[in-house]
Design a protein around this ligand. Structure first.
Ligand SMILES: C[S@@+](CC[C@H](N)C(=O)[O-])C[C@H]1O[C@@H](n2cnc3c(N)ncnc32)[C@H](O)[C@@H]1O
Length: 232
């Protein structure tokens, strides 16, 4: 499932309310270590980067993202950061020096999170991340229950815990629920478009979805059920 950065880069900061909130909470969970350098993975427009910089102002920063458009916006916020425009799942982290890695709401886009976790912890002292859980957006997804669309591959909390325990130790973890109500289904759908979360679907399915969206005129709440975790 691709992350559509052409749209997201323009609108992301204004619309990504859950990502912004999650970044703040995740950084508060970090231990009081004397971090010399950190890497923000799937840094996007730098919400988490800015929060880590506030807590550890002298730490050197590296931003990794597969979208050059998102990185351009992040670079303006953190001008001294080193920018690496690449796919984090294939990047060789041995070429970097860092003691903290952070990934705020980005690893849900990865093909193999389990493998990535193992890889990143071979290089970082701590890895802090947040992910949406499978129960997220239930009310919204329910309106499309009769349409055969690709679903995001999200985990339950138990599944995330199982993955972590196979290669890491949990330092601290918590669940966080962030919700926002939109006046109708079309506005809720726009939220996902504005933050780049889109699903590639064929024209026939697009038409079915358009009909459902237009017919669903009552307010709808988008609920992000997040799992935040610091591992080592
Ligand atoms: C929802 S945004 C989150 C951005 C940011 N961490 C934040 O807190 O707002 C997800 C970001 O992950 C990036 N991304 C997705 N898959 C990636 C991959 N395999 N390697 C690097 N970046 C990736 C996207 O380009 C996007 O900028």
């Amino acid at each position: 499932m691709p992350f559509d950065t052409a749209i997201a880069a323009l609108n992301y900061d204004e619309h990504a309310f859950a990502q912004k909130h999650s970044a703040k909470e995740l950084v508060e969970m970090l231990p009081n270590d004397n971090f010399v350098s950190f890497v923000d993975i799937g840094a996007g427009t730098g919400f988490a980067t800015v929060e880590v910089k506030k807590r550890f102002p002298s730490a050197e920063v590296t931003l990794i993202d597969s979208s050059s458009k998102m990185l351009q916006i992040a670079k303006a916020k953190v001008p001294d950061a080193t920018i690496i425009n690449t796919d984090a799942e294939i990047f060789d982290f041995a070429s970097l020096h860092f003691d903290l890695a952070i990934a705020n709401l980005s690893v849900q886009w990865f093909k193999n999170f389990e493998l990535f976790l193992e890889k990143i912890l071979a290089h970082a002292k701590y890895f802090a991340f947040s992910v949406p859980l499978k129960s997220s957006f239930a009310d919204y997804m329910d309106i499309f229950k009769d349409v055969d669309i690709p679903r995001m591959n999200l985990y339950t909390q138990n599944e995330v815990l199982h993955i972590i325990r196979s290669s890491a130790e949990i330092v601290t973890a918590k669940q966080l629920m962030i919700a926002k109500t939109y006046p109708n289904a079309i506005e809720a759908c726009r939220h996902f478009r504005n933050i780049g979360a889109t699903i590639p679907i064929n024209t026939a399915t697009q038409s079915k979805i358009a009909v459902i969206l237009k017919s669903h005129k009552s307010p709808i709440t988008l609920r992000y059920d997040l799992f935040l975790c610091v591992t080592r």
